[in-house]
Design a protein around this ligand. Structure first.
Ligand code: NDP
Length: 484
């Protein structure tokens, strides 16, 4: 098989296999062909990985931040050098076009390794004067063994967004990719070792949800960082709470994208395309509820249809392709089910929404107009290429409707009125907001959700706070007074 790794798991600096674990077939979504066969982690493998991470942690934390950072930065360089090969793997694992994986996966992972590698040497506490010469100081300490659990849409990126800040702070990690896309995290682990990482600081175990669940409840684990759906987040958060573990939850969304009638139409259509159809719509922060002010609605829909007709749907390995298949047959069927629900509930399908008559799990990008707030397609996260267009009259009305959801991952607004743009983002109940753009997630800026879309933030200096904790030390320079 073309993409068969040496073994299923990467533990203590080496590939490890245990064929007693359930079989995981890795399927190329563009053809349905099995490209690798792996095994889910057995309890013995899980134990081995956690033990390796536990044993490696003290030595890793004892290195200077500069030394740790140097290793992460070297790993970033190796990832960039191998961007093409890594992108080919990512495309086969996820089905995302090579045009996308070349610019958004290993490169984004490398950015995280470089950024947090650069910060590692500057992670310090502070000195706090308390009067009379007394003082306190704080020591920034790692949490210990961290578990990362990933979704299938950005496997390399997620492996690095969690791994890089964790390692920069002196933690070690056991990472479990989604069983749908298990290949690239192994490459991240390999590259870290090549860059000089001590054995055991970054381990990868494969498996289904039950493997994730065993990791989350293990007493050796101090922190869990999950990227996944809200229902999984609820389960993982509850399991982690049993032993008061730290958590970061990057969960799903049903984000609003608001287009006022004074917006630059071409930019607004670009924002809606980027925010709905990149990665075949499998992006957590997508602005899938597109609220369009009535005055611009028909122009918006017609320009959108014209531009969607030029999408190049096809072989993800063809550099000209800009829209690939869904990640799996199961996900394709979920999405097709939502398209049927949209039609049955009275939304008007103005573009696409059908399965393509070819091998692989292809759905044409779908646009529904005349969607109302109560429809299923406007309430539930679909995680596929289905855009709902809703109409509105006033700013006040659209803000209330945009916020009327349990999710709060992202929100966007397109308008030329600068004060209105800032009023809107001030009112949005969302962790990540966009004005006249959509779906950026550079490592320098915090990324994450409000409400049920998440807890904590990834990227930026803020991520450091989620992978370390402060010890406060009080120091008396004077004789101590006591009442008796
Ligand atoms: P899932 O929630 O189904 O799974 C996420 C991960 O959790 C998988 O590795 C899964 O393993 C694992 N898992 C499942 N059950 C448990 C459990 N009880 N304990 C521990 N781990 C468990 O998400 P998908 O993989 O389907 O990804 C899509 C979801 O991810 C969407 O909701 C999307 O919005 C969200 N997402 C959020 C992002 C963000 O940054 N906010 C970014 C990307 C995606 P397995 O797959 O083997 O079941």
């Amino acid at each position: 098989m073309k993409f068969q790794p040496q073994a299923s798991h990467f533990i203590n600096g080496a590939y490890v296999e245990d064929t007693a674990g359930a079989v995981i077939d890795v399927i190329y979504p563009a053809t349905g062909e099995v490209i690798a066969r792996l095994h889910s982690a057995t309890p013995a493998i899980i134990d081995q990985a956690l033990e390796a991470a536990r044993q490696a942690q003290a030595q890793w934390a004892a290195m200077t931040g500069t030394e740790r950072g140097r290793i992460l930065r070297r790993a970033a360089d190796i990832m960039r050098d191998r961007n093409h090969d890594l992108s080919v793997i990512e495309t086969h694992d996820t089905g995302k076009p090579i045009q996308e994986t070349t610019v958004a996966d290993a490169t984004s992972g490398a950015d995280a390794l470089e950024y947090f590698g650069g910060l590692a040497g500057s992670l310090t506490g502070e000195h706090i004067p308390l009067g009379g010469g007394d003082f306190a100081y704080t020591i920034r300490e790692p949490l210990g063994v961290c578990v990362g659990i990933g979704a299938w849409n950005y496997p390399t990126q997620i492996a690095c967004w969690k791994g890089a800040p964790a390692l920069a702070c002196g933690n070690t990690m056991v990472f479990k990719p989604s069983e749908t896309t298990p290949l690239s995290a192994l490459k991240v682990a390999e590259i870290l070792v090549e860059a000089g990482a001590p054995k055991g600081i970054y381990n990868v175990v494969q498996g289904y949800g039950d493997v994730g669940a065993s990791l989350v409840t293990d007493p050796r684990v101090a922190k869990v960082s999950l990227t996944g759906s809200v229902p999984t987040g609820r389960r993982v958060y509850a399991a982690a709470a049993e032993s008061i573990k730290h958590v970061t939850m990057e969960l799903g969304g049903k984000s609003p994208l608001v287009v006022f009638d004074d917006a630059n139409l071409e930019n607004a259509v670009s924002g809606a395309i980027l925010g709905n159809f990149y990665s075949s719509g499998q992006v957590c922060s997508n602005g899938t509820r597109v609220f369009v002010q009535k005055g611009i609605k028909e122009a918006f829909l017609s320009r959108l249809s014209e531009r969607l007709a030029t999408a190049v749907i096809g072989d993800p390995m063809d550099p000209a392709t800009n829209f690939g298949p869904m990640v799996s047959e199961a996900q394709m069927n979920i999405v097709l089910g939502y398209v049927e629900k949209g039609k049955a509930e009275g939304a008007r399908l103005v573009h696409g929404g059908t399965r393509l008559a070819r091998d692989g799990f292809y759905i044409e990008p779908a646009v529904f107009a005349d969607v109302t707030d109560d429809m299923t397609i406007a309430r539930e996260e679909i995680f596929g290429p289905v855009m709902s267009v809703l109409d509105f009259d006033t700013e006040e009305e659209v803000l209330a409707r945009a916020n009327a959801t349990e999710f709060g991952l992202a929100a966007g607004v397109f308008t030329r009125d600068i004060t209105r743009a800032h009023r809107m983002v001030a009112g949005f109940e969302a962790g990540t907001c966009y004005i006249n753009t959509y779906n950026l997630a550079p490592v320098e800026a915090p990324f994450g959700g409000s409400k049920q879309s998440g807890v904590g933030r990834e990227n930026s200096k803020l991520a450091i706070n989620h992978f370390s904790e402060m010890k406060t030390v009080f120091v008396s320079m004077n004789d101590l007074q006591a009442p008796y």
